[in-house]
Design a protein around this ligand. Structure first.
Ligand code: FEO
Ligand code: CA
Ligand code: CA
Ligand code: CA
Length: 650
């Protein structure tokens, strides 16, 4: 359709990248774009940090280098006065902190000069990190290196169109790792269930683990989310019953963990330090502008496999934070603060996320069944004497937060097809939820299965309607939701604090030319004729500055029978206007690697993403970045820019 001037999709004039066949060895973008690798696993982040040496890796070295498996990517403007001030004193003084607070809403539009970049390091793959790694028998150096390869990096970039560059001299460059002290804040701070032998006060935990998608607050801090933290702990079967009871819905390995950290670090052994497990699974907040800021685990937002943390202000300036729980048949949550955001008091804003109400979503069919739209309710996860949570056996709000999944079960939340990233479109306030796939959504009506410690329907429902999208063409052979879908959620009254909402399915992913995939793309009558690209497994999301949705994928190639033999990539889709649903491919990644991040500079003239686990399982043979001097595949942060400096999407 013709796109009117001013239509948000008018800027998406780039030439669609042809879908590949999974064999392309390097990142591909349209011909008027260039790609540069900004930071690779092992790159020193300070002038005194040791150079990467694949044969001599230690925790002490890795703690000063870019970590492994980059995921979340966030861009923050860095005014020169902030850099100068921190350069002189080594700290963020309170006056500069206040100025950042009230300038941030405007500053985030800027594009040139300095910027801070936050990059998560989600997890480690030892056999792709250490030559000759012996599965099940790591060395102490390998374990310490892996722990330090987790967490996230904060780095300074210089750019203003064209290729950005990393500033190794910046006082902001730092690592937060799997051993960095984090403060526990909010309702669970000091709670007996979080007290351990090395932290009897229950106030400080070492490290954040498995940080996946996240988000930015309106006051310019980072929200990074602990996702699959269960895999790092061993001997769940040996944990005392009263402690394990709070984690029946997030069970850790009953015996040894895959990485065997517990062989050297006792806190990962739940038979000797069981409550350590209760100190992971939170949203972590940190201030990128304060090089000394202690990261904080915000327990008021619940404990689950958090993925994504998208903020929007309510009409009374309270802060809503949307977050998903990425596992099969898990839930979508919203937290609404008790206090209100005040742009003139950044110090107070940095305490807002410790007090508020956590809700979980129920997606209802609405007036018509099967029309891919409906209504919904935010159910408060609030304990009160005599209410359903009390009757279910929870003794306090703290116990509800500790076992958030179990409490959400009690309220009748809707099990979803793996909620990955979640984003709010700034212009409209609409919320976008990537539901990446669910191979277990393969039941017929009435069928159930046991997943994560509870019985759940495996049949499709209104909001998770796909169970036969694998292209075997047999409608009687339920194969689950193989390609995923994206839901658009609209709060009633355009109020992020609302208790009810409506929703619709924006995209049912797959190859639109394959009838068995049963795809849909907005209201497009003929997606193939319109030029829609095939897409599978939507994961990370971001909006550009005109509101178009950009989607990175995880699993297009190789995840069992999920995907369809293409490298993961980045896709852009208008969500408003005449071209709503016209999803087209912009970037293609490399074999074995998911594409993460996506992020824009404030002026939208630079695009950033991470290539996570390139050549997964084959990292010492097929090397990416191509020509890497160490001959090792390295998860990396890349930047993409248009050759004439035009906005991304041109
Ligand atoms: Fe770490 Fe759900 O992706
Ligand atoms: Ca409906
Ligand atoms: Ca993800
Ligand atoms: Ca995102």
């Amino acid at each position: 359709p013709a796109v009117a001037a001013g239509d948000p999709s008018a800027r998406l004039t780039f030439t669609t990248l042809p879908a590949g066949d999974g064999s392309e060895p390097d990142v591909r973008v349209p011909s008027n774009y260039a790609v540069t690798v900004l930071l690779r696993w092992g790159d020193p982040l300070t002038p005194t940090a040791p150079a990467f040496d694949v044969d001599n890796q230690t925790g002490a070295s890795q703690a000063q280098q870019f970590g492994f498996n980059a995921d979340l990517v966030l861009w923050y403007p860095l005014p020169s006065y902030v850099r100068r001030s921190v350069d002189m004193t080594g700290e963020l003084n309170s006056l500069v902190d206040r100025v950042i607070g009230f300038q941030y809403p405007r500053l985030k539009q800027r594009g040139s000069g300095g910027a801070l970049m936050v990059v998560n390091h989600e997890y480690t793959s030892a056999d792709d990190m250490f030559p000759g790694y012996v599965d099940g028998s790591p060395t102490l150096d390998q374990v310490e290196t892996e722990i330090e390869a987790h967490g996230f990096s904060i780095v300074e970039l210089t750019h203003g169109g064209g290729a950005p560059s990393f500033d190794i001299t910046s006082p902001f460059n730092r690592r937060v790792t799997g051993s960095t002290p984090h403060a526990i804040t909010g309702p669970l701070r000091g709670h007996p269930m979080l007290q351990t032998s090395t932290d009897p006060a229950g106030e400080t935990v070492l490290g954040c683990l498995n940080n996946c998608a996240g988000g930015k607050t309106p006051w310019g801090t980072i929200l990074t989310c602990e996702e699959n933290f269960d895999q790092y702990f061993a001997n769940f079967a040996g944990a005392p019953g009263d402690i394990a009871a709070f984690s029946q819905r997030i069970p850790a390995p009953s015996g040894a963990s895959r990485r065997h950290w517990e062989d050297y670090v006792p806190r990962f052994d739940l038979s000797s330090e069981p409550k350590e497990y209760n100190r992971f699974g939170y949203i972590v907040e940190i201030d990128p502008y304060d090089p000394n800021d202690v990261p904080k685990k915000r327990t008021a937002m619940g404990r689950f496999k958090h993925e994504g943390a998208a903020c929007r202000l309510t009409p009374s300036n309270r802060v809503a934070v949307y977050s998903g729980d990425d596992a099969r048949f898990e839930y979508v949550y919203k937290f609404v603060t008790s206090g209100s955001y005040n742009k003139y008091n950044r110090t107070a804003n940095k305490r807002l996320l410790d007090s508020g109400t956590l809700y979980v979503a129920r997606f209802d069919a609405g007036a018509v069944d099967g029309d891919d739209m409906g209504s919904g309710v935010w159910l408060p996860l609030v304990w009160q004497a005599g209410n359903a949570l009390d009757q279910a056996g929870y003794a306090s709000q703290e116990e509800v937060l500790l076992d958030t999944r179990g409490a959400a079960d009690v309220l009748g939340a809707t099990p979803m097809d793996r909620p990955e990233d979640i984003e709010v479109a700034a212009g409209t306030g609409k919320v976008y939820i990537a539901l990446t796939n669910n191979s277990r959504r393969d039941g017929d009506p009435g069928e159930t299965r046991i997943v994560n410690g509870r019985e759940v329907s495996s049949a499709p429902d209104e909001a998770n309607p796909r169970n036969n999208t694998y292209d075997d063409g047999d409608p009687t052979n339920n194969t689950g939701n193989q390609h995923g879908h994206i839901i658009e959620l609209i709060e009633d009254g355009d109020d992020a604090g609302a208790l009810t909402f409506t929703w619709n399915i924006l995209v049912k992913c797959g190859d639109p030319s394959v009838v068995a995939h049963d795809t849909s793309f907005g209201d497009l009558a003929d997606p193939v004729a319109a030029g829609v690209s095939p897409i599978s497994d939507p994961d990370n999301l971001v909006h550009d500055d005109t509101g178009n949705l950009w989607i990175a994928t995880d699993g297009q190639y190789y995840s069992g029978n999920v995907g369809f033999g293409q490298n993961d990539g980045v896709f852009a889709v208008p969500v408003e206007g005449a071209d709503r649903g016209l999803l087209r491919q912009f970037l293609s990644g490399v074999p074995g690697g998911e594409v993460c991040g996506p992020e824009f500079s404030g002026d939208n003239r630079t695009f950033f993403c991470a290539i996570q686990h390139p050549n997964d399982g084959n990292a010492f043979n097929a090397v990416w970045p191509i020509g890497d001097p160490d001959g090792v595949s390295k998860p990396s942060l890349i930047a993409v820019y248009e050759l004439t400096g035009a906005k991304i999407g041109t």
